[in-house]
Design a protein. Structure first.
Length: 329
């Protein structure tokens, strides 16, 4: 009798164990991915050095794992980020000399999957393509920091952030960073030292004097200087002894578009004289315009200043100690 009772218990245990094995997945425990650093699709960690691309990796005990770029050129490889980093809580990239990463139209220059990323050094870093740096900020706040005296020109920074995740971008020391995107992309998630420089290239904006677009650094006109948007100031056009003369119909002396906020700084004596029918001295297409400075400006034309306020309320502001004589607002 005892033998039969014992056999029955074993059978029940076997059935319960079998059911549990089928009901629970074998890989229920999720583990972090192993550390990985890939350069243009090639794993760097086995040897730590890729002489073809001028990169090297080191991870001394107790120190932040570091990838050094020394006069590196990382080309576009279809479907692959230029640099792909995963499995690190903190990671550092040090740039020395002149360095470029070509991300292509549909790829990413630097892809950081989890963890915090710091880019520093005393060299230059240029990242072209559709997406310059991509940070995975899902689940926990991350930090992307630029430090040292690095100079960087980056197509775009994209930080993936949930509603409750304020992943931040920091600019420290004397770095100089130029981004080809809008200041508004970052909301209030920027930290910047007083000694750092941050500029936003106006790739979608235009400041036209005749047919010349002063947003393009190759286009220059005496008396006019365009300055890109920075962390705390809008893009500006400085007039210093500037003169525009035209009597053609429908002419615009200065035509501005593609900016949410724009400033005109007046220095010295300046004249915008467009006298033909339908002419406008300053045409602001969308956005708010602030005119200030210490100089004088004389604007003629059928409309001296014309503001496009059809879709949203706009503001035209005069500040400073400038003197202005304007035909018509």
């Amino acid at each position: 009798m005892k033998k039969k009772y014992f056999s029955l218990i074993l059978a029940i245990v076997f059935i319960v164990s079998s059911f549990s094995a089928f009901a629970s997945p074998v890989n229920a425990d999720v583990t972090d991915p192993p550390p990985s650093v890939r350069i243009a699709g090639v794993d760097l960690l086995p040897g730590g050095v890729n002489e073809d691309y001028g990169v090297s990796f080191s991870a001394p005990e107790g120190e932040t794992p570091t990838l050094t770029l020394s006069n590196s050129h990382i080309p576009y490889v279809e479907g692959e980020p230029g640099i792909q980093i995963s499995g690190f809580d903190n990671f550092r990239i040090v740039v020395s000399g002149e360095n470029t990463i070509d991300a292509g139209q549909y790829s990413t220059g630097i892809r950081m999957e989890g963890g915090n990323l710091t880019i520093g050094g005393d060299g230059t870093l240029t990242i072209t393509g559709d997406r310059g740096i991509w940070m995975d900020g899902l689940g926990i706040a991350r930090t992307l920091a630029f430090e040292g005296s690095v100079t960087a020109d980056i197509s775009k920074i994209e930080v993936v952030a949930a509603e409750d995740n304020q992943t931040r971008v920091a600019f420290r020391n004397t770095v100089s960073v130029r981004l080809h995107q809008s200041r508004q992309d970052f909301g209030n998630r920027i930290d910047i030292d007083d000694t750092a420089t941050l500029r936003f290239a106006a790739d979608q904006g235009q400041v036209l004097i005749g047919s010349q677009n002063l947003v393009n650094p190759e286009e220059t006109i005496d008396g006019f200087t365009f300055t890109e948007e920075t962390y705390d100031t809008p893009a500006t056009l400085t007039l210093n002894g500037a003169s525009i003369q035209s009597d053609e119909d429908g002419e615009q002396g200065i035509q501005i578009s593609g900016f949410d906020n724009f400033g005109i700084v007046v220095s010295g004596e300046n004249t915008i004289n467009v006298g033909g029918p339908g002419s406008v001295g300053i045409l602001m297409r969308g956005g708010n315009l602030t005119i200030g400075g210490t100089g004088s400006i004389d604007i003629t034309g059928e409309s001296g200043i014309w503001m496009d306020g059809f879709t949203d309320a706009r503001t035209l502001t005069f500040i400073g100690s400038l003197t202005a004589d304007i035909n018509y607002l």
